[in-house]
Design a protein around this ligand. Structure first.
Ligand SMILES: Cc1ncc(COP(=O)(O)O)c(C=O)c1O
Length: 364
């Protein structure tokens, strides 16, 4: 079976973890500070605050921007549920705007309309599959409507918009380092921001509301959402490899797209001119999605569906009044093929051939 994801952990990660174990500094510490600095530098952000996972990074970003009870945050219904759950966990209300069916990301016109209609306080944009959302248009809306802009970059390490890394367009951004992501720390996350006050608030919120260097000066209520030094050590090694891995993902995507161009009824991923897709997922679209998946499994190709249900259609979101036909249609038709950096050219050719044969079989 050609797996959908294949986290790469090498001898350097093992050595780095061993060094932390030997140091005895296992929880927060200098290793975490170094990872924060290096990841923020890689993205061109002024500040990084490492957290226990992407969910806690989003939660901390929202709290650091003072989003809470009574606030409304416009977001996409086509994402992992964490994007909307964290808005609710912060005490605010998610308001769903529909997606652009070509990019699977927030449609700027729908976003503007929702921001105005509900007098929103923030926009939470997701760079789904590793393709940056329309950051120029969304930044313009945020500025004109005077609302905060948060990037959910959990899937988009290494993606760029107009040449600039994602994570630097909003007031704050959140990344995930879950094992299937473009780089991993096991579990882990990071808040990025250019605003010192937002970074301070996030750092305090993930550390029981502690302020300053006094261990027992708690000026607000917070959580323990801290990253461990063990995880940070893995992350520092992975970050070194990220550019090479993203380049490989992009080459793999190009090979898949070239091969699938001749296959009828398959829509390959779009990459608008000024966006650099990081191909966390290589997502195609077909009305015969479920049957195609079965065929691909039989032919030894693992697939995934992100996501089979739009967030507002989940049981936990019953009662949310949402019109998002483009997101609902996409949820029925999208399927992701393997694109990770350890695939060989022969693997990629096998994926193309299996897809071609599967489609031929379904048409027969
Ligand atoms: C778009 C998106 N947002 C948030 C998250 C949450 O990250 P984590 O699983 O690290 O909590 C994920 C992870 O799957 C994600 O894909």
């Amino acid at each position: 079976m050609i797996n959908l994801a294949n986290p790469v952990i090498g001898v350097e990660e093992i050595d780095a973890v061993e060094a932390v174990l030997e140091s005895g500094l296992l929880a927060d510490g200098p290793e975490v500070r170094a990872f924060e600095r290096e990841f923020a530098d890689y993205c061109g952000a002024a500040h990084g605050v490492a957290t226990s996972n992407g969910t806690t990074a989003l939660h901390a970003a929202l709290k650091a921007l003072d989003i809470g009870a009574g606030d409304r945050v416009v977001t996409t219904p086509l994402s992992f549920v964490a994007s909307a759950n964290t808005i609710r966990l912060a005490g605010a209300e998610p308001v769903f705007a529909d997606i652009d069916p070509d990019t699977y990301n927030l449609d700027p016109a729908a976003t503007r309309a929702k921001v105005k209609a509900v007098d929103a306080d923030a926009i939470l944009a997701v760079h789904l599959y590793g393709l940056p959302a329309a950051m120029d248009a969304l930044s313009e809306i945020a500025a004109e409507e005077n609302v905060a802009l948060i990037e959910d970059a959990a899937q988009a390490h290494g993606a760029r918009y107009a040449g600039e890394p994602v994570g630097t367009f909003g007031d704050a951004a959140a990344f995930s380092f879950y094992p299937t992501k473009n780089m991993t720390t096991g579990e882990g996350g990071m808040v990025l921001t250019d605003h010192e006050a937002v970074a301070d608030q996030a750092a305090s919120f993930i550390n029981h509301g502690r302020t300053g260097d006094d261990s027992y000066a708690h000026t607000r209520v917070g959580h323990n959402f801290r990253l461990t030094s063990l995880a940070a050590a893995i992350g520092r090694v992975q970050l070194d490899r990220l550019p090479e891995w993203v380049a490989r993902r992009r080459e793999n995507a190009r090979r898949l797209t070239d091969g699938l161009a001749a296959v009828d009824g398959i829509e390959t991923p779009h990459e608008p001119a000024n966006r650099t897709h990081a191909y966390h997922q290589y997502t195609i679209r077909t009305p015969e999605r479920d049957r195609l998946r079965e065929q691909l499994t039989d032919r030894g190709v693992d697939t995934g569906v992100y996501y089979p249900t739009a967030i507002h259609q989940l049981a936990a979101y019953e009662g949310f009044d949402v019109s998002a036909p483009a997101a609902e249609a996409a949820a029925e038709e999208v399927v992701s093929l393997p694109v990770h950096p350890t695939l060989s050219d022969a693997d990629l050719d096998r994926i193309v051939e299996a897809t071609r044969r599967a489609v031929t079989h379904l048409r027969a």
